[in-house]
Design a protein around this ligand. Structure first.
Ligand code: 9PG
Length: 759
């Protein structure tokens, strides 16, 4: 009976009698005997399944798609197999009974046994594990090591594991890329629509075998009325030799289908949280505003984080630390020429708040009728979740955010702890999934604030694409490098940076990435981070391309540390690529090719995550190819130090613990040329507006907001001889750093013209 085989393009083989499908790449069945299934409950509450494999199926094939269909007394399911430009699968579910059905897990792709065949042994695979929300651990996990297990505390599960403890399998939110490191073969499996349901890709491994692979959309028990239809999210399958291009493909497709918002301008600013941790008064804010002006720091927003409000939920009632009320401090910020930004946890409500006392029915309920606790606040105790399917909650959010936008004129909102609205529970609207509930809440806020800037935080990622402008992509930075517990989600600077690196691909595609605040202060100023840890934070946040928010206290900040913040301004917008993302669970090598007025060069970052000193060797020929052959000038951008000319290899013999070697590499030239600028971490790309020759004079035009001391470095090859240097027409001295390398120091106030006259 299982005899028919239907070849669909070069991509699929359909076995309609078996209800199965092979996925073919370059004449090889990479996925064998895949099927699809829906889990659901009827009115009796019994869990049931309908799977294509093992059911009697019908099929039809058209130009655009093949459809495989099966049914029982309750449901009819149709598996749509895309034959267009991309391999896209979707499962359609129709309730053909007279009773409502409740949808549970919908497996859009289900592969049992060893049907997933990427080439070599699964022991050599790396599985990209995307965490659920902003703070959840994300990295390309080596399948053969049990180094890291997800904690199983209730708090961890609430915040990071939306489907509960994950047990023995690997799970990734929304999508994964798996690479077989031995055979250089990579597989992308990801949902490219993410507004309707939470979704996950799961891989269960046995001893050197695949036991099960599946891509699941979670129906969360949403009701499907008689005659109702429901379509799963769209699942994209794609193959390539190396994994990083597949991340790009995924982000591009998801962004297009969800109408991603990617602002041109990248915010910078100061945030109250990471020095004061909510203990700041309105005077602390005012004092920092004053220092920002005195120091001429080119920052844009002042973000008042948690602590200004009396209670989560009672947003317009100030805490005791803001006795004049928020309008006073907001006005103060505006008068200084800065823009007010506000932290709000819109879907949380403190149990002790006025809001909850007045509207206990707005809280999301557990099955036992008690309210769902979304998190614990240090001051306010239990914080409950709002039910974003409740019409009165809609009006509350609309009124609140209209008021904040129009009356308080808040220009940027940090929406925090957003996962609260997507916790499991009983909702006012039983046809809603957890994803549609949260997304509705976000959309209401978006409607209320118009085009004002929305920064998501503690926010499940996929469903927010197209609503938020920026997204926090890691856990909180902290005054300590590592967390007390070996928990990758705990606030700690190393944890935060690992996620920021692993999520580089979403920046500028799904939204702007927010790497969290940078801290540049000294250890005697409310800080435990060592000098090299601070500099690694600066380097990696700069290379994220995302928002630049400072979390120091400018009143106490040591003057010598300011330059590290200045080097991040303005935000570059460009994300470096972690070249070894799938080779190392904690990648340590990032590259950012630069091309602009200061010429063509590469910025490479090598991070030493070890707690001991190492020797790091970068294979330049392998990394840069021909570009390295003719020799490269190497300049240390953090140490502000010329390293010499290198060809095949760059060696850091004394690479200190937690230090980053941030190196600019520029091809040799036969004429004098700009080597680097120290005014910005990218070495010139942001502040060098032009480099031109006129006769014997090489001219560099610089432009950067604020006031900052820095240097320009030049290469002066034989037989050129530097005669005179002028800054804005005035003669200046220069320093010779090495043979053929000169340095010119200057204070840049807005703009400057630097001329080098050669004899
Ligand atoms: C304010 C802070 C800052 C910070 C946010 C968020 O208990 N927790 O797991 C937990 C996680 C994150 C967190 C606080 C608590 O920080 O990321 O930037 O706004 O809230 O409360």
């Amino acid at each position: 009976m299982h005899d028919r085989e239907i070849y669909l393009k070069d991509r699929f083989i359909l076995y309609p009698d078996a209800g199965r499908l092979d996925v073919v790449h370059q004449a090889r069945a990479v996925i064998q005997a895949a099927s699809a299934q829906v889990s659901y409950r009827g009115p009796d509450g019994e869990p049931r399944h309908l799977r294509l494999a093992g059911s009697e199926c019908e099929y039809r094939v058209s130009q655009e798609e093949a459809v495989l269909r099966a049914g029982n007394d309750h449901l009819l399911i149709s598996w749509h197999i895309g034959l267009g430009e991309a391999a896209i699968l979707c499962l359609d579910v129709e309730n053909r009974s007279r009773q409502p059905m409740r949808l549970e897990d919908v497996a859009v792709l289900l592969v049992d046994g060893d049907g997933l065949r990427l080439g070599g042994s699964p022991k050599n695979w790396s599985f990209y594990q995307n965490g659920w929300q902003s703070w959840s651990p994300t990295f390309a996990r080596h399948t053969n090591n049990g180094l890291y297990l997800e904690p199983t505390s209730e708090d961890y599960i609430t915040k990071h594991l939306p489907q509960g403890p994950i047990g023995a399998h690997l799970a990734s939110d929304g999508f994964t890329v798996i690479t077989d490191r031995a055979s250089a073969f990579s597989f992308l499996c990801g949902f490219v629509s993410t507004a309707q349901t939470l979704s996950e890709v799961r891989l269960a491994l046995g001893d050197d075998t695949v036991k099960r692979f599946q891509a699941v959309c979670f129906g969360d028990g949403a009701t499907l009325p008689p005659g109702g239809r429901w379509a799963s999210e769209n699942l994209l399958l794609e193959f390539a030799p190396s994994p990083l291009p597949l991340l790009d493909v995924y982000m591009g497709r998801l962004a297009a289908s969800m109408g991603a918002r990617v602002p041109q301008h990248i915010p910078s600013g100061w945030c109250t949280w990471y020095y004061f941790y909510g203990e700041n008064s309105e005077d602390d804010v005012a004092a920092n505003v004053a220092r920002i002006k005195e120091l001429a720091l080119p920052l844009e927003y002042i973000l008042i984080d948690h602590g200004y409000e009396r209670n989560i939920g009672d947003w317009l009632v100030p805490s005791d630390k803001f006795p004049r009320g928020l309008p006073w401090v907001l006005q103060h910020i505006r008068e200084a020429g800065l823009k007010p930004a506000l932290w709000v946890a819109p879907f949380g409500v403190a149990q002790r708040s006025e809001l909850y006392a007045q509207h206990p029915d707005w809280a999301l309920k557990r099955e036992d009728g008690k309210p769902v606790v979304a998190w614990q606040d240090n001051w306010m105790g239990p914080i409950l979740a709002l039910d974003c399917t409740h019409p009165d909650v809609h009006s509350f959010l609309t009124d609140l955010f209209r008021f904040l936008a129009e009356e308080w004129d808040i220009e940027l909102f940090k929406l925090d702890f957003c996962y609260a609205a997507a916790l499991p529970g009983r909702r006012h609207d039983p046809s809603s999934t957890r994803a549609t509930a949260l997304r509705r809440g976000l959309e209401i806020i978006r409607e209320a604030v118009g085009d004002r800037f929305l920064l998501g935080c503690g926010l499940p990622l996929g469903l927010a694409v197209g609503v938020v402008d920026a997204m926090r992509v890691g856990t909180d930075v902290a005054m300590s490098w590592r967390p007390f517990w070996p928990d990758l989600a705990s606030p700690a600077t190393a944890n935060a940076l690992h996620n920021v690196i692993a999520r580089y691909a979403s920046h500028g595609r799904l939204w702007l990435n927010d790497p969290d605040c940078v801290m540049v202060r000294r250890r005697d100023d409310e800080n435990d981070l060592k000098f090299n840890e601070m500099r690694t934070m600066v380097a990696l946040m700069g290379l994220s391309g995302g928002l630049v928010l400072d979390g120091d206290n400018f009143v106490t900040l040591a003057p010598g540390r300011l330059k590290y913040l200045q080097k991040l301004l303005p935000p570059s917008g460009r994300a470096a690529v972690p070249l070894d993302l799938f080779q190392n669970e904690t990648p340590h090598l990032l590259a950012l090719p630069c091309d602009g007025p200061p010429g063509r060069y590469v910025v490479l970052a090598a991070v030493n995550w070890n707690d001991h000193t190492v020797s790091t060797t970068l294979d330049l020929a392998g990394l840069l190819g021909d570009e390295a052959k003719g020799g490269l000038h190497a300049y240390d951008l953090l140490g502000e130090h010329y390293l010499g000319v290198v060809t095949d290899r760059l060696v850091f013999d004394n690479h200190l613990p937690h230090a980053t070697a941030l190196t600019l590499l520029r091809p040799l030239s036969t004429r004098p040329d700009l080597l680097a600028s120290t005014f910005h971490i990218l070495g010139g790309l942001m502040e060098v507006k032009s480099v031109t020759w006129a006769g014997n004079t090489l001219r560099v035009e610089l432009e950067k907001a604020g006031s900052q001391f820095g240097c320009l470095l030049f290469t002066v090859p034989e037989p050129y001889h530097l005669d005179t240097v002028r800054v804005d027409g005035e003669k200046r001295r220069w320093a010779v750093l090495a043979e053929g390398i000169v340095e010119i120091g200057l204070t840049l106030d807005g703009r400057a013209t630097v001329d080098l006259e050669f004899a």
